[in-house]
Design a protein around this ligand. Structure first.
Ligand code: NDP
Ligand code: GDR
Length: 326
């Protein structure tokens, strides 16, 4: 039975990846931080077979202990300060976790592997935010990186450090350059979930308005369940490499809002939506659209959920949750 260790186990992707690997028969371990993490209960409820190890990406010795205790064949580094807007307000913390945290984990894996640096396969959660002020459309693996936030800059560091450990030490270290992916488990700070939850609450008469930032930005949104499958496929390849994972479709935030309201039968959505500069960013990533042909050809990966279906799934889940009083 193969063994996997996941950082970021309490996050959206950590939970989906744990479910996928457990279904494949893996022994799954997760790194959880903090002395009383409020999301521990969620992990224990949704994926009770995952074994948790206390650790933090900023603490090298805790990562080495988690590796020693779990003895993984595969390590998935999903842990990060992942909210772009927050990264301007907390640039040092973001850099410590999202940039240096990758180095800590790579170094821990390298030391753990001893004479056989490729004995543990490593996945790094790189991001389309690295393309930032895009230099080419659609974005592919070779597109020049131009990050636009402390988060994006940190991800670029982690991305190149992963490549560097592959090239310097022969580690089986791959990066997935994943475009935005969403689900009913998405954190409520991110735009899709903020919109789905507000639309559900407005429909049920529990909220009056939805306060938004920039409605003109465009994103390539897919379903998180599809994207964790791509991560696993990358680590099954004989050679480590980097892959763009995206749907190849792009939509504005305004379209997201419109489609979400339309799904609950509200067509005059403008009545409920107000813009507030508080939600605008110091520098915006205006338009992202990915070219995942390499993943399609090499990994045999395809997205299965389209934009409208994704929005409907999220709104329906929030309506059900609010009705149930969650
Ligand atoms: P989430 O924000 O849902 O989860 C982030 C995870 O990182 C949480 O489990 C969090 O734990 C953990 N974490 C935060 N700080 C630390 C730390 N100091 N040490 C260890 N773990 C920590 O993110 P997603 O699941 O959406 O994303 C997973 C990864 O993929 C992230 O690295 C993200 O940047 C990246 N990514 C995500 C994309 C997306 O669209 N979702 C697209 C491209 C990349 P806690 O619960 O304790 O806070
Ligand atoms: P993003 O996701 O920054 O792309 O990063 P987010 O959902 O936060 O923003 C997407 C776009 O929506 C605009 N926007 C708003 N965003 C939020 N959060 N709240 C608002 O009220 C709002 N109004 C407009 C933003 O300006 C932006 O253009 C996500 C994260 O998961 C990263 O970790 C990941 O790397 C990238 O996706 C790919």
């Amino acid at each position: 039975m193969p063994t996997a260790l996941i950082t970021g186990i309490t996050g959206q992707d950590g939970l989906y990846l744990a479910e996928l690997l457990l279904a494949k028969g893996y022994d799954v371990h997760g790194v959880i931080r903090g002395q009383n993490n409020p999301r521990r209960e969620l992990v224990e409820r949704l994926v009770p077979d995952v074994r948790l190890h206390n650790g933090d990406l900023t603490d090298l010795s805790s990562l080495m202990r988690a590796l020693r205790e779990s003895q993984p064949d595969e390590v998935y580094n999903l842990g990060a300060v992942s909210f772009v807007a927050y990264s301007w307000e907390n640039a040092f913390v973001t850099s410590d976790v999202t940039a240096i945290g990758v180095l800590n984990l790579l170094e821990a894996v390298r030391l753990h592997c001893g004479d056989d640096p490729s004995s543990v396969r490593f996945y790094q959660a790189s991001s389309s935010e690295m393309f930032g002020k895009v230099q080419e459309t659609p974005q592919r693996e070779s597109t020049l990186l131009w990050p636009r936030s402390p988060y994006g800059v940190s991800k670029v560091y982690g991305h190149y450090m992963t490549i560097n450990y592959r090239e310097s030490y022969g580690m089986h270290a791959s990066s997935g350059i994943l475009f935005n992916h969403e689900s009913p488990r998405r954190g409520e700070e991110f735009v899709t979930r903020k919109v789905s939850k507000a639309v559900a609450a407005i429909k049920l008469g529990m909220q009056d308005e939805l306060v938004m930032g920039n409605l003109d930005a465009r994103r390539d949104w897919g379903f998180a369940g599809d994207y964790v499958d791509a991560m696993w496929r990358m680590l099954q390849q004989p050679e480590a490499d980097d892959y763009v994972i995206a749907t190849g479709e792009t939509h504005t935030i305004e379209e997201l809002v419109r489609v979400a309201f339309a799904h609950v039968g509200i067509d005059d959505w403008k009545r409920y939506v107000r813009q507030d500069p508080a939600f605008m960013r110091p520098a915006e990533v205006d338009e992202l659209i990915g070219d995942a042909s390499k993943a399609r050809e090499v990994l045999g990966w395809e997205p299965t959920v389209r934009f409208e279906e994704l929005v409907a799934m999220m709104v329906d889940a929030d309506v059900a949750a609010l009705k149930a009083g969650w």
